[in-house]
Design a protein around this ligand. Structure first.
Ligand code: ACO
Length: 358
């Protein structure tokens, strides 16, 4: 076996599929590009949750459910916000999720994230949290709550594109964590809390802020190739490159780039990022010819979130707003199997010195 369990099939799902050779992601039979263009975040949540968190779900029902969920989350903010206010948003969100009651519904859990992140952003700026508007979409209301007033629709559309594009991707590490936790008959809230914990690491959902740090570092160094060679020679990883499943350029990166182009067609940073990507792929090839490491979504995601006006401290929490509906859907699908996930390990330690029977 491999320590990373690559190639091990650990679930059967009707929810999403990623094809690492062809460079495709589908959610319930819909290519991801179609979801971003036609269904939006709430429409895609409806597709993911239909048959698991309700029947006959539509975009409109999900807008209503998540709107009501945000109102509920806001009314419960005193359960966690005073203790979380001084923490970094990535930790503050973990505290908000930990405070959710075990009987929370899917919509209450998913809606807790935008409310918590916006409240944490406001408090860090010394401002009072803003109550949700339950009639809005998640993207529009999150930006409104974070900014204190409605934002230009272009930003809400760009954020909705982002949330939809990265919503689900087969059995990601955090998704697997959600499945493992719920399989013990733990609550859905616990499964989401555990998935979020798995998500925050630098190799997974923690990457977008680090990808932007990397771009800034490279720009400051004044020499792209030298920076790349030095980092790779010292055993460092290039943030925003490589993927366990995708051996070709991540198909979602182009969708994010198109959204960024629509938002900021003259982005100098995007031009620089394209140059870094070209040289980074070449540097990775030089280091290990034949190994296929391409760009994943993180650089484009980071540039898009930055152009929307979000600080990099909330990139990972905002990414989690996108992923939480998928964690929930996968957990509910796993729950249906009724089977606890409990693999085995091969013992490679020392044998007991004494007779184990005595
Ligand atoms: N920079 C430098 N070297 C790399 C990179 C990278 N970005 N990615 C992989 N490698 C190296 C690995 O160190 C490994 O080398 P080794 O065999 O000497 O140990 C080799 O390439 C093969 O790696 P893979 O098996 O292809 O990668 P793996 O599946 O283990 O990891 C991962 C995938 C974690 C995404 C990795 O590519 C990485 O660390 N990337 C940078 C972080 C990042 O961008 N994460 C976001 C991923 S997208 C998401 O999760 C939402």
């Amino acid at each position: 076996m491999s320590d990373g369990l690559e190639g091990v099939v650990a679930a059967r799902t009707v929810l999403s599929h990623s094809d690492g050779e062809q460079g495709a992601v589908w959610v319930r039979g819909h290519p991801i590009g179609e979801l971003a263009a036609r269904h939006g975040y709430e429409g895609t949540v409806a597709l993911l949750w239909d048959g698991f968190a309700g029947d006959g779900l539509t975009r409109e029902t999900i807008v209503r459910q998540l709107g009501a969920g945000r109102t509920r989350a806001f009314s419960r903010r005193d359960d966690w916000l005073p203790a979380a206010a001084a923490r970094a948003p990535i930790e503050g969100l973990r505290m908000a999720l930990a405070a959710l009651p075990d009987d929370s519904t899917p919509a209450e859990i998913a809606a807790a994230l935008p409310v918590a992140i916006a409240a944490l952003m406001r408090l860090r700026d010394g401002k009072a949290p803003v109550a949700p508007d339950p009639t809005l979409t998640t993207a529009a209301d999150f930006l409104r709550m974070a900014n204190g007033e409605a934002v230009d629709d272009r930003f809400a559309v760009a954020l909705d594109n982002y949330l939809t594009t990265v919503i689900d991707n087969g059995l990601g590490t955090s998704t697997f964590a959600a499945r493992v936790i719920i399989s013990t008959r733990a609550s859905l809230a616990s499964a989401v809390l555990g998935a979020y914990g798995a998500f925050t690491g630098a190799l997974h959902g923690g990457a977008p802020g680090l990808a932007l740090d990397m771009l800034d570092d490279i720009a400051a160094s004044g020499d792209i190739d030298q920076w790349l060679e030095r980092t790779l020679a010292s055993g460092g990883r290039l943030m925003g490159f490589g993927h366990r499943v995708f051996r070709v350029r991540d198909p979602r990166a182009d969708l994010l780039r198109a959204a960024l182009d629509r938002l900021d067609p003259r982005s100098e940073r995007l031009a620089f990022a394209k140059e870094v990507e070209r040289r980074a792929v070449a540097a990775l090839q030089r280091r290990e010819p034949g190994r296929r490491l391409e760009a994943n979504i993180e650089m484009d995601a980071a540039l898009l979130l930055d152009a929307i006006g979000l600080p990099r401290t909330v990139f990972t929490p905002v990414f989690a707003i996108a992923r939480v509906p998928a964690w929930i859907a996968h957990a509910l699908e796993q729950q249906r199997t009724g089977r606890m996930i409990r693999p085995a390990s091969t013992y490679i330690g020392p044998e007991p010195a004494h007779d184990p029977q005595t």
